[in-house]
Design a protein around this ligand. Structure first.
Ligand code: NA7
Length: 532
């Protein structure tokens, strides 16, 4: 079969893919884009479970590149809902005419770099073949859903749904016995809503997470106007900030603050809701375990106050890892839901699942009849979306093989041995520990400028050097080891996937400093890259 030839193939139609395609159109670079979903939206199309909201607040979960777009779109709540974000991305695709670049319902399954011709040969599951000078993975950080290895799960005859593969049109839980496995962000968000519909809801919890009230609610008219007026400034601040969010670490230390002052601060943050209690209130909470314990203990007390049954409260109290080192979860009525008569908690550490039958889950202590099992069991984060595609670079070596001992990348943008491949918000960049659209815009703009520079130079390949990559990987590890992130069994370090190398996948040295570094690399003629 004859291959189509373009300059660039883009994989994905979420925030990253859509903006990349927009930039390529602006630059007049020929391209073809593929998306496995039926439409644009990425994570926001796949994850449609009830209660899904984003935890970036007050309009920052959006693009900054177009003043008209900022004017035309109005966010209604403090945290945007899945429906609203999906509608926004639909609007963006329409407004900038991006859908014509895409083949939807089409997965890229293979991509091989041809070293003779310096091109990528890209194949899809629909038999399509495209040759491209560059391959850009806009595949998202949390798009490879992970099903748990539970004994007998394939025997279950009721409905079994992963939160990241939620059916269009929703799921009716009325009158049903529902079990949910997993209490990370997805579980915490949908548990209160499913509990209101189901006849009985059983929550199977392996590790209790720290859940902070989101404090969601509608934005007022004046606030909406102010957010639009100041949007560019707000986005600029995010881009140059440490955290990539609208709030910054306070200059104060939790350990230096008095007990009373600290308590007042945490009470205020708890009342207002949001991530700030851990990521903004004091600067030492994520680097010093004693400081971290002050806020962890505050949250544990809140759980004990909110949950009526002391045994259930005790099972919900997180212990043994620093707060914030596993993804901090925002919730609405999460702990209160366990006071309902139709909700029960199974603590899997004490009462593991022994088997699953056609209509029930058997734990060490009891048989729990179920009509539906919801799997809120997360993702093979950051590397999974890339290694699940058979990407082969120099010498036919696959990315999965190259990353088996642990991810490698230069700036989270490029991998040595894989010329002309760019990864938007790949491992080794701030990605999931920032406001994602901020990090996405940085990467897309950097890649677009790079492609333009390569075109001007008449270059045929750009590839991260092994030395530059090694130095970056070492830097990411060194910065990470000065924080508490490596101390938790989290998906940030790959701990949720059996056999995955344990290695912090996120750059925690700050979004602004990271961006400065990327710009310097480009300014110095793409330092650390070999260009042919
Ligand atoms: P997460 O945060 O990875 O949460 C997955 C949950 O599923 C977590 O509680 C896991 O427990 C649990 N889990 C996973 N496998 C099992 C098995 N085999 N048995 C029992 N429990 C299991 O995924 P989410 O979808 O909630 O959130 C991902 C991100 O998406 C989120 O942070 C936002 O950024 C958006 P564990 O903690 O591993 O013991």
């Amino acid at each position: 079969m004859k291959s189509e030839a373009v300059d660039v193939v883009v994989v994905g139609a979420g925030f990253a893919g859509l903006y990349m395609v927009h930039q390529l159109k602006q630059l007049g670079i020929s391209h073809r884009a593929f998306e496995r979903g039926s439409d644009v939206g990425g994570a926001w199309l796949a994850n449609r479970y009830p209660g899904l909201v984003c935890d970036s607040e007050r309009g920052i979960y959006s693009y900054s590149f177009s003043r008209e777009l900022i004017e035309q779109w109005t966010w209604s709540n403090r945290y945007p809902s899945q429906e609203e974000i999906l509608a926004y991305l639909q609007y963006v695709a329409f407004r900038f005419d991006l859908k014509a670049s895409y083949d939807f319902n089409t997965s890229v399954v293979r991509a091989r770099f041809d070293e003779q011709r310096n091109t990528w040969l890209v194949e899809t599951d629909r038999g399509g073949r495209v040759e491209a000078r560059y391959l850009i993975a806009a595949t998202g950080c949390l798009s490879a859903p992970q099903a748990p290895q539970l004994p007998g799960l394939d025997r279950f005859q009721g409905r079994c749904i992963h939160t990241a593969e939620w059916p269009e049109g929703g799921v009716e839980f009325k009158g049903l016995h529902v079990g949910i496995v997993g209490t990370g962000s997805s579980g915490v968000q949908c548990i209160p809503l499913i509990a209101r519909q189901a006849r009985r809801l059983t929550v199977f919890q392996r590790t209790p997470h720290f859940v902070i009230p989101a404090g969601n609610g509608p934005l007022g008219t004046e606030e909406i106007e102010a957010l639009k007026d100041n949007a560019e400034e707000m986005h600029r601040k995010c881009r140059w900030s440490q955290l990539g969010h609208i709030f910054e670490f306070s200059p104060l230390s939790a350990l230096e603050a008095g007990v009373k002052q600290r308590r007042e601060q945490y009470e205020k943050d708890w009342r207002e809701g949001g991530l700030r209690i851990v990521y903004g209130s004091y600067h030492d909470l994520l680097v010093n375990r004693d400081a971290n314990d002050t806020v962890a203990e505050f949250v544990r007390d809140k759980i004990r106050q909110l949950v009526t049954n002391p045994n259930v409260a005790n099972a919900l109290v997180p212990r043994g890892y620093p707060i914030g080192a596993k993804r901090l979860v925002l919730g609405t009525d999460y702990y209160e839901t366990f006071n309902r008569d139709n909700v029960e908690l199974v603590d899997l550490r004490k009462e593991p699942i022994e088997d699953i039958y056609a209509d029930s889950i058997q734990t060490a202590d009891r048989t729990i009849p179920l009509d539906v099992i919801v799997l809120a069991t997360g993702f093979d984060a950051l590397t999974g979306p890339l290694t699940r595609i058979d990407i082969r670079g120099r010498g036919g070596r696959s990315l999965a093989e190259a990353w088996a001992p642990g991810w490698t990348s230069y700036l989270g943008l490029a991998v040595s041995g894989f010329p002309n491949l760019f990864t938007i918000t790949g491992p080794g960049s701030p990605s999931v520990l920032s406001n994602m659209p901020t990090s996405i815009e940085q990467h897309v703009e950097w890649i677009a400028a790079c492609l333009s520079a390569m075109r001007d130079r008449g270059a045929s390949t750009i590839e991260a050097t092994k030395d530059a990559e090694d130095a970056w990987v070492e830097h990411v590890a060194a910065v990470g080891s000065a924080t508490l992130f490596p101390e938790a069994e989290s998906w940030y370090v790959g701990a949720n996937i059996s056999g995955k190398a344990r290695k912090l996948m996120v750059y925690v040295g700050g979004v602004g400093p990271y961006w400065q570094r990327c710009l310097e690399v480009a300014d110095r003629g793409y330092e650390g890259f070999s260009i042919q």
